[in-house]
Design a protein. Structure first.
Length: 154
């Protein structure tokens, strides 16, 4: 038998929802919001930001949307549906993810929303990811690989 103090009991209540079932059985449902929040707090702000950038770029549809927006500067969701080939609700969900991180902006034009790249946020993301990747690869490895690329094949 496990005994919990008052604080531990309160945390148990916050992280679980109790559902009585046939009187004597209790089903537990973990609250992902509570559990996920503590996981994010385990890491630094920089680690969480890099992970967010990686996650948003980690889906080929979002990469395709960004590439299309770079090519044509701005467009509406319907144009993206035709270009990417996914259903409108799927495109809308990907646009929402990109917009939530600020990589794109949406402006209302009549009954449509016109989307474009947010250059300030794009530069911020590029700088942060570049700093992260440069820390991962020591200068010696980068220099050695650059030297190999500049040598002509024998």
């Amino acid at each position: 038998m496990v005994f919990l103090n008052a604080a531990e009991k309160e945390n148990e209540k916050k992280s679980k929802k109790y559902f009585p079932f046939f009187g004597s059985i209790v089903l537990l449902q973990y609250n992902d919001e509570f559990m996920g929040r503590t996981k994010a707090e385990m890491f630094t702000e920089d680690q969480n930001k890099i992970a967010m950038w990686a996650k948003v770029l980690g889906h080929p549809a979002r990469v395709g949307i960004l590439q299309h927006l770079f090519r044509i500067n701005s467009c509406i969701c319907g144009d993206l549906v035709e270009e990417i080939g996914l259903a409108q609700p799927t495109i809308s969900q990907h646009l929402k993810e990109l917009k939530n991180l600020g990589l794109i902006r949406g402006t209302v034009e009549g009954t449509s929303v016109c989307y474009c790249i947010n250059p300030e946020k794009w530069v911020e993301m590029k700088r942060e990811i570049s700093e992260f990747l440069t820390r991962i690869l020591p200068d010696q490895i980068v220099a050695k690989n650059a030297h190999k690329q500049h040598r002509s094949p024998s």
